[in-house]
Write a protein that binds this ligand. Structure first.
Ligand code: ADP
Ligand code: ZN
Length: 530
């Protein structure tokens, strides 16, 4: 069949030139496109900005019939269709935002073969009428965008995606291409099995984004730290600031505006018109900073985002990778900055314990969080750890905070024992009172605060035994012990409690190596490794 491929390759290239105006394919685009044009199934793992869209758009233009694109990003369908229309591609979409007349019009175009691409929300495929519609037209291929949404093990599961396994059963001859910008090996395997992609060729691009500088800082005064970062390194740059809650989005945006930064808020609680207007300004104007919850960003194609800052800890490495991946799609040096502190760990562990769903679900969330914490507390190159999480090997990058100012590892066994024995002593508190990290550290430092006096904690044998470390250092020790599960948070009280691991440390059966915070936070090297 090598001979048959000849004219098709050139047709794909012609479409690339003529319709999209690009000179050449990138990475494995050409291989993927040829494979799909030839009728093969494909599973494409490619980082954000890698150029996944062309991998189904060009085959859809070359093959006979209409390419059907399944996408969860309903809010972006209109934009995607507009962008394609501007290039002269005939595209339409079907989703819940349309009225019956609009829907009927698109359906008629589909049946008449007047479309090259049809975008579908996954929930449309639960409707029998949609399946029958597809039966009556000619489908050239199915593209399953954001394919990681089918994986229950992943971080972004959408139940509607499970219905996509029927595509293969119902239309066995239509090639399918599943695409995602994030997948661990476990998620990768789950996508393949849930979507019945047993015969598919897998195309796995490198997940390295060498122009992004990864930095994870100790959280102190996050808003001020953020402002310092913007003033020192990103004045006038476009960027995204992620916060966990709507309230902190609002507060942070207001704080930045008060300090002369062009910042806009974005979260699901805002009126949809305000949201759309803010998104449009961010995309259109130069140097806007979007302060947002993670509701913002999927499918946003803005090439010159110079920084992505997280003021709260992401829930998973996949989420972190996907969000930071929105920086530097143009390939120029960009910053991924995260501020992370003790409170993040406490809060997220509590959220997991209090979350709905069965034990297996909570375990999954816990595993995701643990991996994220390990990335935060590593003394190794951040990039090496990040890529290793996605099953890819690399060498120290020289362009992340731990490469630029390596944190010292130190033997924190004795410090850990001091914390744990304090927690142990407080466990027997007569009045059933529970205590958090603040009280533990006050006791270790020998601080006679009102609360210490009130509970006679200055009479404890551990009172004042920890003056060799500063308050910040003790907080860092507590945070790392939490990350390592050598202590835990009791959800109802915010109190620190012992774990099975604690016994090993107290019984001197286990050493505890800790990461020392660098004296000064790493400054960006102005030139990123290309
Ligand atoms: P992804 O979906 O993988 O995040 P996109 O498909 O949105 O990436 O492509 C990212 C950007 O790169 C887009 O602006 C796209 O037009 C551009 N692009 C993709 N392929 C090529 C190519 N072969 N040559 C030049 N630009 C490309
Ligand atoms: Zn590095």
């Amino acid at each position: 069949t090598a001979l048959d491929d000849g004219p098709q390759i050139s047709e794909a290239l012609q479409v690339l030139h003529r319709v999209f105006g690009y000179d050449s394919f990138r990475g494995s685009q050409q291989e993927i496109i040829e494979h799909v044009i030839g009728g093969g199934d494909a599973l494409v793992l490619m980082p954000t900005g890698g150029g996944k869209s062309l991998c189904y758009q060009i085959p859809a233009l070359v093959r006979k019939g209409v390419g059907v694109v399944i996408s969860p990003l309903i809010a972006l369908m209109q934009d995607q269709v507009d962008a394609l229309t501007a290039l002269g591609v005939r595209a339409g979409f079907l989703n819940s935002t349309q009225n019956p007349d609009e829907r009927r019009m698109v359906e008629a175009e589909f049946l008449a073969g007047e479309l090259d691409l049809l975008y579908l929300a996954p929930e449309r495929l639960r409707v029998d009428a949609t399946l029958r519609l597809l039966d009556r037209g000619i489908v050239s291929l199915f593209a399953i965008d954001e394919a990681h949404c089918v994986a229950q093990w992943g971080h972004d599961f959408r139940p509607d995606y499970l219905t996509l396994s029927q595509l293969h059963e119902r239309w066995p001859d239509v090639p399918r291409v599943a695409l995602t910008a994030t997948a661990t090996e476990a998620t990768h395997a789950e996508i393949a099995s849930r979507l019945n992609l047993g015969q598919a060729r897998h195309f796995v691009a490198s997940f390295d984004r060498p122009n992004i500088q990864y930095r994870i800082a100790h959280k102190d005064k996050p808003q001020k730290q953020l402002l310092d970062l913007l003033r020192a390194e990103h004045a006038g740059d476009a960027g995204i600031v992620y916060c966990l809650s709507r309230a902190s989005v609002e507060k942070t945006a207001a704080f930045l505006v008060d300090n002369g930064v062009d910042a806009l808020p974005y979260h699901a609680g805002l009126d949809s018109r305000v949201r759309a207007a803010n998104q449009a300004r961010f995309l259109r104007e130069d140097g806007m900073v979007m302060v947002a919850t993670i509701a913002f960003g999927m499918g946003i194609d803005k090439p010159d985002v110079r920084f992505v800052a997280h003021l709260d800890l992401p829930k998973s490495v996949e989420g972190y990778y996907q969000e930071t991946g929105r920086a530097g799609r143009d390939g120029l040096p960009s910053t991924a900055w995260l501020a992370y502190g003790l409170q993040d760990v406490v809060q997220q562990r509590k959220m997991i314990d209090g979350s709905e769903g069965d034990a297996a679900h909570r375990r999954r969330l816990g595993t995701h969080l643990d991996a994220m914490l390990a990335l935060c507390e590593t003394v190794e190159c951040r990039r090496v750890r990040l890529l290793a999480y996605f099953g890819q090997q690399s060498t120290a990058c020289g362009n992340c905070d731990t490469c630029l100012s390596p944190p010292a590892a130190w033997d924190g066994t004795i410090a850990a024992q001091k914390v744990l024995s304090t927690v142990w002593r407080l466990k027997n508190e007569r009045r059933g009172q529970k205590f958090g990290a603040g009280q533990i550290v006050d006791i270790l430092l020998g601080a006679k605060t009102a609360k210490v006096i009130q509970f006679d904690h200055d009479t404890l044998r551990v009172f004042g035994i920890g003056t060799e470390l500063s308050r910040t250092e003790w907080m860092s020790v507590v945070r790392q012990l939490l990350a390592m599960k050598l202590i835990a948070v009791e959800p109802s009280y915010n109190a620190l409690v012992l774990t099975e691991g604690s016994d090993e440390v107290l019984g001197r059966k286990r050493e505890v190596m800790l990461r020392r915070e660098p004296e000064r936070p790493a400054r960006a090297a102005k030139t990123a490794k290309a």
